[in-house]
Design a protein around this ligand. Structure first.
Ligand SMILES: NC(=O)c1ccc[n+]([C@@H]2O[C@H](COP(=O)([O-])OP(=O)(O)OC[C@H]3O[C@@H](n4cnc5c(N)ncnc54)[C@H](OP(=O)(O)O)[C@@H]3O)[C@@H](O)[C@H]2O)c1
Length: 239
C-alpha cells in the first residue's frame, strides 16, 4: 500500500529477495477494503502511505485477515486503537517508525547510554533530527521514539520541539534539508565536554530491507510484534 518513495523501494527489495507482488495500492481514493478484495490471498501487506491514511489501511488488513507491516509515521496517536483492533480480529501487525537495522542498534545504544548518563546530572541530553523537505511529520517518528526512551529513563516530563525554553522538558530539534534521507543525533552536554551518538541513513534501501524482513517474519503469525522481535534483540538492563 502506497507507491511513493518507500513503496517503490519496497517493491525493488521484495523482488530482489524472491517475493511476488500481487497488488500495489497507488490510488488513495480507492477504499482499502475494496482494493484488498481485488486479488487472491496475500501473505502480508506492507504499508508506506501518509499519516492520514495509515490507520484505515491497517484496519482494512485486519478485517481482511492479512498480516500488515506499517512503516508510515505520524499516526501513532492511534496505535493503541490499532492494537485493540488487531486483537479483536486476531490479526498480525508490526508497526515501526524506522525499519533500518542501524537505527534499531541506535535505539539500543540510546537506552544503554541513558541508563548510565542519568547518574551524572551535569550532562543534559538533546535530540537532533534532519530529513528531506518532502517529509510530512515533524519531529520524525524515530526522534519521537528516541525521546520517549530517554524520557522513560531520565524521568523528564516530556519533550519540546525546536525550543529549549522549559528546563524540565527534553529538547528535540528538527530541520528539513533538500535531499537528506535521515539523520538522528543524541547529544549529552556538560560544561566541560559533550558525548554524542548518531545515525545517518545514506538511502531508503535500509528501511525497505527491514520492512521486507519484518514481512517475512510476520507472514503466518498472529499478534503484535516489533522490530526487536524480528532482529532477535533481547535487552539486558544489567549490561
Ligand atoms: N518506517 C520507516 O522505516 C520509514 C522510512 C521512510 C519513510 N517512512 C514513512 O513512510 C511514509 C511514506 O514515505 P514516502 O517517503 O514513501 O512518502 P511519499 O513518497 O509521499 O509516498 C507516499 C505515497 O503514498 C500515497 N498514499 C497516501 N495515502 C494512500 C492511500 N490511502 N492509498 C494509496 N496510496 C496512498 C501517497 O499518495 P498522495 O501523493 O496522493 O498522497 C504517496 O504516493 C511516511 O510516513 C514516512 O515518514 C518510514
Amino acid at each position: 500500500m502506497g507507491y511513493g518513495r518507500m513503496g517503490r523501494m519496497v517493491e525493488h527489495v521484495a523482488l530482489q529477495r524472491g517475493h511476488s507482488i500481487v497488488g500495489i495500492k497507488s490510488d488513495r481514493s480507492e477504499p482499502p477494503d475494496v482494493w484488498l478484495q481485488k486479488f487472491g490471498p496475500a501473505d502480508v501487506v506492507i504499508e508506506f502511505t501518509s499519516p492520514d491514511s495509515a490507520f484505515d489501511n491497517i484496519a482494512a488488513c485486519f478485517r481482511a485477515g492479512i498480516p500488515v507491516v506499517s512503516g508510515t509515521t505520524g499516526w501513532q496517536k492511534r496505535l493503541s486503537e490499532a492494537e485493540a483492533l488487531c486483537r479483536a480480529h486476531q490479526g498480525a501487525m508490526i508497526a515501526s517508525s524506522n525499519f533500518s537495522l542501524g537505527v534499531h542498534l541506535f535505539f539500543e545504544l540510546n537506552r544503554w547510554l541513558a541508563r548510565r548518563m542519568i547518574k551524572f546530572p551535569e550532562y543534559r541530553p538533546v535530540i537532533l533530527e534532519s530529513h528531506h523537505t518532502g517529509k510530512k511529520d515533524m519531529p520524525s517518528g524515530t526522534a519521537v521514539q528516541l525521546a520517549q526512551d530517554l524520557i522513560q529513563i531520565s524521568g523528564q516530563k516530556g519533550w519540546q520541539l525546536n525550543s529549549a525554553e522549559q528546563e524540565d522538558l527534553l529538547s528535540v530539534f528538527s530541520s528539513r534539508v533538500p535531499g537528506e534521507v535521515g539523520r538522528h543525533q543524541v547529544i549529552w552536554t556538560s560544561q566541560v565536554d559533550r558525548l554524542e551518538i548518531r545515525h545517518h541513513a545514506f538511502s531508503r534501501e535500509g528501511f525497505a530491507l527491514g520492512a521486507v524482513m519484518a514481512a517475512e517474519f510476520l507472514a503466518g503469525r498472529q499478534g503484535m510484534y516489533s522490530m526487536r522481535d524480528v532482529l532477535g534483540f533481547t535487552e539486558d538492563s544489567s549490561e
